[in-house]
Structure formats: C-alpha cells, structure tokens
Design a protein around this ligand. Structure first.
Ligand code: C2E
Ligand code: C2E
Ligand code: C2E
Length: 84
C-alpha cells in the first residue's frame, strides 16, 4: 500500500510552539486544529496522518519528503517511537 515502509510522523509540540510563527505558522495552526479535532490537549507529542502531511507539504510548496526535511532541520520531529 501507499503507507508501506513509511514511519510514523510524530511532532514535538513544545518545540513547535517555540519556533517563529513566520516560518512554521501553518504547521502550528495545523497541529492545534488536529488537537482540537481529537480532543488531545495534554500530549507533548502529536502523531500526524500521512495524508495530512501530504496536504501540508502543498502549503509549503515542497514534496512530503521535503517537508519532513524542513521539520527535521527545525528539530520538530520526535524520533519515531519504538514499534512493538
Ligand atoms: P474519524 O476519522 O471518523 O475517526 C473517528 C475515530 O477513529 C477517531 O476519533 C479515532 O479515535 C479513531 N481513528 C481514526 N483514524 C485513526 C488512526 O489512524 N489511528 C488511531 N489511533 N485512531 C484513529 P478522534 O481521534 O476523536 O477524531 C475525531 C474526528 O476528528 C475524526 O473522525 C476525524 O474526522 C477528525 N480527525 C482527528 N484527527 C485527525 C487528523 O489527524 N487528520 C484529519 N484529517 N482528521 C482528524
Ligand atoms: P501511549 O499513549 O502509552 O501508547 C502506546 C502505544 O499504544 C502507541 O504507540 C500505540 O501503538 C498504542 N495506542 C495507544 N492509544 C491508542 C489508540 O487510541 N489507538 C490505537 N490504535 N493505538 C493506540 P505509539 O503510537 O508509537 O505512541 C507512543 C507514545 O507516544 C504514546 O504512548 C504517547 O505517549 C505518545 N503519542 C504518540 N502520538 C500521540 C498523539 O497523537 N497524542 C498524544 N497525546 N500522545 C501521542
Ligand atoms: P496514518 O493515517 O498515517 O496515521 C498516523 C498516526 O496518526 C496514527 O497511527 C495515529 O497515531 C495518528 N492518527 C491519525 N488519525 C487519527 C485520528 O483520527 N485520531 C487519533 N487520535 N489519532 C490519529 P496509528 O494509530 O498507529 O495508525 C497507523 C495507520 O493505520 C494509520 O496511518 C492509518 O493508515 C491506519 N489506521 C489506523 N486506524 C485507522 C482508522 O480508524 N481508519 C483508517 N482509515 N485507517 C486507520
């Protein structure tokens, strides 16, 4: 399937909120809206749907891999939690 081999994208919310809004404001707003939809306010991290990452990449005019790279540069991603 399309998700095969893809590891889970997990955002460090504390780190994200520390970053300048002019650069990653869209990601900050996106994360807040997902928290709201899930009622998931107390986490330090947030797992993101692969489909949503694709959409978010369009906002930044990069490929999904390009967005991952950008988020990695900003140190926003948590190392994928150990899978059972
Ligand atoms: P929904 O898509 O109909 O999902 C209903 C519930 O199924 C979710 O309630 C969640 O408990 C579970 N669920 C769905 N997909 C997954 C998944 O990939 N992993 C896990 N662990 N659980 C899943 P929840 O979290 O309260 O979300 C309520 C609604 O809010 C969702 O209804 C969806 O419409 C929206 N939503 C929540 N998170 C996201 C997101 O990351 N992206 C998008 N596009 N919508 C989201
Ligand atoms: P945790 O909450 O103790 O969950 C451990 C593992 O149980 C998760 O590993 C996942 O495989 C499973 N799990 C927990 N809740 C659900 C659920 O509602 N639906 C499904 N299908 N599986 C569930 P995972 O995903 O690798 O996450 C590791 C840890 O990272 C979690 O530990 C949690 O502390 C944190 N985390 C990851 N994503 C989120 C997120 O979107 N929101 C919050 N608040 N915490 C998250
Ligand atoms: P994915 O769609 O790429 O979602 C990646 C992770 O984002 C999920 O890992 C979960 O931690 C989080 N997530 C996504 N949507 C929701 C949501 O609506 N509510 C909450 N609380 N968390 C969400 P997880 O749970 O380990 O699922 C791995 C993959 O399994 C998902 O990748 C998706 O492809 C599939 N999946 C799991 N549950 C459902 C579901 O209820 N409906 C659908 N259509 N696919 C699901």
């Amino acid at each position: 399937g399309r998700h095969e081999g893809a590891s889970k994208v997990v955002i460090d919310l504390e780190r994200l909120e520390q970053l300048p809004g002019d650069e990653l404001g869209a990601v900050q707003r996106f994360a807040r809206s997902i928290q709201q939809q899930r009622g998931d306010y107390n986490g330090r991290v947030l797992s993101i749907r692969a489909d949503d990452l694709r959409t978010l990449a369009i906002v930044f005019d990069v490929s999904p891999a390009g967005l991952i790279e950008k988020l990695t540069e900003w140190n926003v991603l948590v190392a994928t939690p150990i899978r059972p």
